[in-house]
Design a protein around this ligand. Structure first.
Ligand code: FES
Ligand code: FE
Length: 454
């Protein structure tokens, strides 16, 4: 069964419900999607100093993402060349070397092997095991954009920038508000009993759930005005391998609009110097402020501006997250607070609180959202779900014409396709990517690396 019927339904916005909890589909995702897409794993600011490292996973594979003494970033497969023990058992730290706990082989933080206990007695020295040239297996590909580090399991993957395409235009709003870029706090990590696709789709384009799922957030006054009103005036955009949602801002200049969401003037000055004319135009002239977004498949971003305590003031925050599939019905979420490295200390402090309140592990949005996703995943496992195609066609009529025309370049200066109003354009774009990957046979992965001579 090649699931051709599933992909065809998906492309028409009629989603076979079982894809959100199906072992065969999950196996296919492993074989054809996670084996070649660029997967977000870390941000360079998490490992600023030589020797800094974090350990991150791509499905079942553990990688040590480390900065070596020369300042280069590596992703080493966290498995000893000898008998396969996990070389690094900590989650983050600083080390010039990693020593395997099993028999004590040791590796420099650039991956090269340096120490074998009893090299002479056990192997007959270099004659039996030549250490030179031996190193921990690197991730097939590693690349970064604005400090966001991605790995791909496919040695022939396109360059990261080509893969992301025009989505980089939007990534800059979150990750380059000044020449110094962002710094992160976290990640907070938790597991949800939900399929990974649901959250990624939600962040990409689900403006429609906000008034219902997050009613209480509005009712208790966390937002300045009913968000429901503004959602339909905002637009969703899709460009390259990602897309997101925006809010329409009240009339005003660029400065007034950035102040409206809570940025202090000195940050606004840096944004003006860091963003292109088009990027500034989207906010200043067109009046759209970016909100949530997803890059296919597993990176999502949030930008929001809740009210601070009882005051009228709002405070913007940025958050990044990685959707890390654990199984067909379970996802590990890694959630980071991100802030412009040059932001004033007071801003960083308050912005962090705003993040925690909304999207930290106990954040109010987080709690509201996850209940839906867990419940959906549960129900998708049964036999009835196999008979149901979910309606993901908002924004297209029965004859496949689109309800709302795309915004013109005069209305929206960003690349890609953007539309105002409710619509499931981005969820469809996301799942079309998914179908494209799953429908294409994978190149077979072969053993390429042997620890020592054979
Ligand atoms: Fe690592 Fe033996 S498994 S030294
Ligand atoms: Fe939500």
């Amino acid at each position: 069964d090649d699931h051709a019927d599933v992909f065809e339904d998906v492309r028409r916005g009629m989603i076979p419900a079982h894809i959100y909890n199906d072992q065969e589909i999950f196996e296919l995702e492993k074989e054809r999607l996670f084996s070649r897409a660029w997967m977000f794993v870390a941000h360079e600011s998490e490992i600023p100093q030589p020797g800094d490292y974090v350990v991150r996973r791509v499905l079942d594979d553990s990688f040590i993402v480390a900065r070596d003494e020369q300042g280069s970033v590596h992703a080493h497969f966290n498995m000893c060349l000898h008998r396969g023990m996990q070389v690094c058992r900590a989650e983050m730290g600083n080390a010039s070397h990693f020593r395997c706990p099993y028999h004590g082989w040791s590796y420099r933080n650039d991956g090269r092997i340096v120490g074998l206990p009893f090299h002479q007695d056990a192997y007959g020295g270099e004659a039996g095991f030549r250490r030179k040239g031996q190193r921990l297996l690197p991730a097939p590909r590693l690349d970064s954009y604005n400090g966001l580090v991605f790995v791909s399991m496919d040695p022939e993957a396109p360059a990261l920038r080509d893969y992301l395409g025009d989505f980089t235009f939007y990534l800059d709003y979150y990750t380059r508000q000044s020449p110094s870029g962002i710094e992160l706090r976290g990640p907070q990590r938790w597991r949800v009993k939900a399929n990974w696709k649901i959250g990624a789709e939600n962040f990409a384009g689900d403006m429609y759930h906000t008034p219902q799922t997050h009613t209480s957030v509005v009712e208790i006054g966390l937002f300045r005005e009913p968000k429901a009103e503004k959602r339909k005036d905002g637009c969703t955009y899709w460009a390259g391998r990602g897309g997101g949602t925006t809010y329409k801002l009240p009339p005003g200049s660029l400065e007034e609009r950035l102040r409206y969401v809570g940025y202090p003037d000195e940050m606004i000055e840096r944004m003006k110097r860091s963003w292109s004319a088009e990027q500034l135009r989207v906010v200043g002239q067109d009046g759209f402020m970016i909100s949530a977004a997803s890059a296919f498949p597993n990176l999502s971003l949030v930008h929001n501006w809740p009210r601070v305590a009882d005051s009228e003031a709002v405070l913007p925050f940025i958050s990044l997250r990685q959707w890390q599939p654990v199984g067909r019905d379970e996802t590990e979420v890694l959630s980071w607070f991100a802030v412009d490295a040059e932001a004033p200390e007071e801003f960083k402090k308050l912005s962090y609180k705003a993040y925690l309140m909304c999207f930290g592990s106990t954040g109010m949005f987080e709690q509201d959202d996850v209940e839906n996703w867990v419940s959906l995943t549960n129900t998708a496992a049964g036999s009835m779900a196999r008979r149901l195609r979910l309606n993901s066609r908002m924004g297209i009529l029965a004859d496949d014409t689109e309800v709302v025309p795309a915004l013109t370049p005069e209305q929206f200066a960003g690349p890609g396709t953007a539309r105002t109003g409710y619509g499931e354009y981005n969820q469809r774009a996301m799942l079309n990517e998914w179908a494209d990957h799953l429908a294409a046979p994978a190149r077979s992965a072969t053993a390429t690396h042997v620890g020592g001579p054979v």
